[in-house]
Design a protein around this ligand. Sequence first.
Ligand SMILES: [Zn+2]
Length: 312
Amino acid sequence: MNNEDLYRTRATPIEEVAERLGIRIVRHKALCPFHDDKHPSLHFNVKRNRFCCYACGARGNVIDLVMRYNNFGFKEAAMWIDGGDHTIAAGSGVMPVGRSGQTDFRGVATVDVEYLSTLIVHPTIEGKAADFLFVERKIDPKVAQWCGLTSVTEPTPCWRWGKAFYDAPSLLIPYRDVDGRLLSVQGRYLGTEDKPRFRFPRGSHVGMYNKPMIRCLTPGDELWITEGPSDCWAMMSAGHKAVAIPSATTLTMGDIRLINNGLPEGVTLHMMPDRDRPGMELFQALKRHFPNLKGHVLPDGVKDYGEYWKTR
Ligand SMILES: [Zn+2]
């Protein structure tokens, strides 16, 4: 990558890059993914093409954002941004293609699936993670078990010779393909320190969450689309069959084809969008892919399905 390429990469509109990462922006602001943010503290300066969090101080340009969010190295982050012409393919497991059109393998990490499997093979949900799931969120333990959730109480690497990656305490969330093959493991930090809340190992390409659910559908079933794993667990705790699509850009072509052509006869799609603009925008974006998606309205004053479920 020469200086001219780098200059162009740095000029990629920061809000576009943030949205590709799954950060939801309303009027140049978003919930900061780098600390436990309750009100949008992350600001985007589109003129200077930079981000800044007024709460935790995280700041930088597009490359810094992708490096920190995805735990990427500099080169990998720049390549990820350059792959932006292939937004839908971003999660499909294809290698990033450089401006020259040649696949560039240098510096691209692949997920150590074999090692990650060992972390989740005997799921245990302890301490903070148990409080978070079963007390705070009222998730049915059977759902946690079905999803193979587990917790770590000490910092844990994400590949066999790596240094600690998942901060402690964290919940580990396995992402699988429709046939149950592990794709990657997302960490959900549960501590109080200023650390990123959600983390994927470098090179993760996961797409939709809870894909094995697709194989459990029978003709005439309802499939609920939620906006993240925890809403998905809440939906399942309520007895629904659910998957999660945090943003339209995380969808892969494979996911879209699967939902449009790979479901048993008469399966209907449902969604109860979050009561905010990003929620409605996601609903509209998904409706373009899935014209039969049926919208449902959350009760007044309830932000998302997870909140509805825990306070019902
Ligand atoms: Zn922050």
